[in-house]
Design a protein around this ligand. Structure first.
Ligand code: IFM
Length: 458
């Protein structure tokens, strides 16, 4: 560890999870159904037909998981609240038994000396709201603000850090354009309407959270470092379209109070004929943030390409005349994602250059890798590749800090192996191995490595 960069004493080392991926207990204590409960039952939607019904059984085993966090030495634990556990149908009064779970969780974390950081929405929309249009419908943004109030009134006295939405790009584009995530819609404009309503939901929730006493409020975006495959102007223009879809659609309204200038070239008629934006929305959306959460895993190298669908009437909003060119020279994780830690530094420095003082302090709210973990006879995983991945990305954070980017925290994704959405339980991101047959948890080598990193900083 002697050559490991030093972080300031108040730098937040953390670990993250999300409700649907770990809790299980999907029918317990009055929890309603979510779009992921429905989607996982659609034949072929999730690898192996896996569901979230049991997951890591965290709903019952949370004391054991908190003990793992305590031993790890993290200052903060980022988890998400399940909307259908708190508001089974997505509106109306709180389900007291559902809220009580998070109350117990927060108290147990504080007793263990771990600060809770709450994400309000990590993709598990109550099914009843989807039946009324889901994120295509503006009203869902208002329902979200009501839900935020219920959770914040119950927990903001003890939870300092709040994240409204996790990776709204996935909710909008994987959910309503490409259809590989719940609710599995594959159609044209809805993804753009969904993106706008997600931003609005965030903006409406920010003052609600502050009013309830939240000390720090932000959003977690999965921003991409997009690189053109060549310096041919057509590839450079394609990279800007990719960046518009992945990054600028979020950062421009949130940090700049404007829609991206490049949106016309990216979406053409889809955005020119939109009807979902209203006067005043940008003011709501651009409410100042206390921090920007960035989830980062891998860069994208793209080149110019024709539309995948030549017919504008059926074309989806993720069809923006670019295609992935890959990074054959890089190592790839078990997700097939190229590993290029320096691109995290570049992304952070570029954000700082683009937004200047409008860029709030940053927390890396997720970073981690799925690897082909093979437990030894004792159940331990010797995951040198994951250690190297985390080491590289933490060094990239230190490098960005050295260049003046105010990064204040870093959360490993994830504490536990868990339900990796449409990949089911086949992909493992955890610092802790979970044997799904027995629910036995065994810390991997990466857990011990991260523990040593944190201890050495102290
Ligand atoms: O597991 C997901 C998480 O839910 C959101 N960010 C990316 C992770 C890895 O794919």
């Amino acid at each position: 560890m002697s050559d490991f960069p030093a972080f300031p004493p108040d730098f937040v080392f953390g670990a993250a999870t999300a409700a649907f991926q770990i809790e299980g207990a999907t029918r317990e204590d009055g929890r309603g159904s979510s779009i992921w409960d429905t989607f996982a039952r659609r034949p072929g939607a999730v690898a192996g037909g896996d569901t979230g019904d049991t997951a890591c059984d965290h709903y019952r085993r949370y004391p054991e998981d908190i003990a793992l966090l305590k031993r790890l030495g993290v200052r903060s634990y980022r988890f998400s609240v399940s909307w259908p556990r708190v508001q089974p149908a997505g509106s109306g009064p709180a389900n007291a038994a559902g809220l009580a779970f998070y109350d117990r969780l927060v108290d147990a974390l504080l007793d263990a000396g771990v600060e809770p950081a709450v994400t309000l929405y990590h993709w598990d929309l109550p099914q009843e709201l989807e039946d009324r249009g889901g994120w295509r419908d503006r009203d869902t943004a208002h329902r979200f603000a009501d839900y935020a109030r219920l959770v914040a009134d119950a927990l903001a006295d003890r939870v300092p850090r709040w994240i409204t939405l996790n990776e709204p790009w996935c909710s909008a584009f994987l959910g309503y354009a490409n259809g590989v995530h719940a609710p599995g819609v594959r159609a044209g404009t809805p993804a753009l309407a969904a993106a706008h309503h997600l931003l609005l939901a965030h903006g409406l929730a920010v003052p609600v959270l502050r009013g309830a006493g939240a000390r720090e409020t932000g959003i977690a975006l999965n921003l991409d470092r997009v690189l053109p495959a060549t310096d041919d102007p057509r590839d450079v223009a394609a990279a800007l379209r990719a960046e518009t879809q992945r990054n600028l659609i979020w950062t421009e309204p949130l940090l700049g109070g404007r829609y991206p200038r490049s949106e016309d070239d990216t979406w053409e008629e889809l955005v020119r004929r939109q009807t979902f934006r209203r006067d005043g929305d940008l003011d709501v959306i651009s409410a100042p943030l206390d921090f920007l959460g960035i989830n980062y895993y891998t860069p994208s190298v793209v080149r110019d390409a024709p539309y995948r669908d030549a017919d504008p009437r059926t074309r989806t909003a993720d069809d923006n005349r670019f295609e992935g060119a890959g990074m054959p020279e890089a190592r790839h994780t078990a997700m097939g994602w190229p590993v290029a830690p320096d691109t995290l530094r570049d992304l952070l420095v570029e954000l700082r250059e683009r937004y200047g003082d409008a860029l709030p302090p940053v927390h890396i709210t997720e970073n981690g890798s799925a690897e082909e973990d093979v437990p030894d006879a004792g159940g331990t995983v010797h995951d040198a590749d994951r250690i190297s991945y985390l080491d590289g990305h933490l060094r990239a954070v230190a490098a960005a800090r050295a260049e003046g980017v105010d990064v204040r925290g870093y959360y490993v994704w994830s504490l536990l192996d868990n339900f990796e959405w449409s990949y089911g339980y086949g992909k493992r991101f955890g610092l802790v191995h979970v044997d799904y047959a027995t629910q036995r948890r065994v810390p991997k080598d990466s857990y011990h490595w991260y523990r040593a990193v944190i201890a050495a900083q102290a």
